[in-house]
Ligand binder design. Structure first.
Ligand code: NAX
Length: 327
């Protein structure tokens, strides 16, 4: 049987962690034949809650769960990790300005990026879920780059929830099964400025843009619905998206590790594709094969799309500017 893979999860005592850990342990992320060891990181005050989660994981008697522990030390949590899911982050407190939020998270992700680069496997794959996830991934990747050893291209931000939200809206609009949609892209930042783009999307061979043929719906209904979905869920549930966020993290990592027949949206450090400045962590259409990913090239960007892309990019370059001392 296969050697276990080590999966580090931060913010393990939080609500996304509670939806995520059980599915990883059941084999939904890395495969039904792949044993896993869970390495949970959370703050000192959350260690007791982590032990409770560990007790429940024990009580599931998952055949693939080959070991687990919780710690408040990033160097321990990331030791020999194959996969790191960085979920824990500093939430925006009352009266906290955006700059304070960026700085507080910058400090966390600088420490964690360094600890990953120093301790994890050299081919570690990292997905940042904790917000602002694109810029947190930029910071972690930049801290890791200073250490060397790991691949800076492997520090991702999570755009998959936006991608899945867009898919479900397209399915509802067209009354077609969600699985029929291929070649959707969500460009940019995980924020209301993201640009969900179905110009290249097909459903059972039909072009979705032609099928819908409603630019007003696209601009005035679809994009705001996807962009503000997180707020709508907070409004309805009184809590932010958790199970769907965990699901998206699993989708992102499963496709990256095991491959995907279809395009997927991933927040990856730009290599300059589509004129996105090198290094900015940006939602791109990606193809995953043989354990690696690449950005789909050669898509046409029309005037409307360029405007949307520039808007979400501006937000990210502003954030990068605000944390430039940490890069
Ligand atoms: P919770 O507040 O339920 O849990 C967060 C956990 O992280 C807590 O247990 C806390 O103790 C821990 N934590 C805080 N700082 C830490 C640190 N430095 N090291 C380790 N652990 C730390 O939040 P939850 O609902 O689970 O959300 C977690 C993060 O996901 C938030 O930043 C949230 O904004 C972000 N989200 C990102 C999404 C995305 O699509 N990228 C969507 C869902 C979610 O909003």
């Amino acid at each position: 049987s296969k050697a276990p893979m080590r999966v580090a999860v931060t913010g393990a005592a939080g609500q996304i962690g509670y939806s995520l850990l059980f599915r990883i342990a059941s084999g939904e992320m890395l495969g039904k034949d792949q044993p896993v060891i869970l390495q949970l990181l959370d703050l000192p005050q959350a260690q007791k809650a982590c032990q409770g989660v560990i007790m429940e994981l024990d009580d599931c008697a998952f055949p693939l769960l080959a070991g687990m522990f919780a710690t408040d030390d990033p160097n321990v949590a990331f030791k020999d990790a194959d996969v790191c899911l960085l979920v824990g982050a500093r939430p925006r407190g009352p009266g906290m300005e955006r700059a304070d939020l960026l700085a507080a998270n910058g400090a966390i992700f600088t420490v964690q990026g360094k600890a990953i680069a120093e301790n994890a496997k050299e081919d570690v794959r990292v997905l940042v879920v904790g917000n602002p996830c694109n810029t947190n991934a930029l910071i972690a990747g930049s801290a890791a780059k200073k250490v060397g050893r790991t691949n800076p291209a492997n520090y991702h931000g999570m755009l998959r929830l936006d991608h899945n939200r867009a898919l479900s809206q397209l399915a509802a609009k067209t009354n077609r099964p969600v699985a029929s949609f291929k070649q959707l892209t969500v460009w940019g930042n995980h924020s209301p400025t993201m640009y969900a783009d179905y110009r290249n999307c097909t459903s059972n061979g039909d072009n979705v843009k032609d099928l819908i043929n409603d630019p007003v719906w696209n601009n005035d209904v679809f994009l705001p619905t996807v962009g503000k979905r997180g707020a709508a869920i907070i409004d309805a549930r009184g809590l932010s998206s958790a199970a769907s966020a965990a699901n998206a993290a699993i989708d992102h990592m499963r496709d990256w590790v095991l491959g995907s027949d279809e395009w997927v949206t991933m927040g990856v450090p730009s290599d300059g594709s589509y004129d996105i400045p090198v290094g900015i962590v940006f939602g791109f259409p990606c193809e995953c094969k043989g354990g690696s990913f690449k950005i789909i090239q050669g898509l046409e960007i029309d005037g409307y799309s360029r405007e949307k892309i520039n808007k979400t990019l501006k937000e990210l370059t502003d954030e990068a500017e605000a944390v430039k001392d940490m890069l």
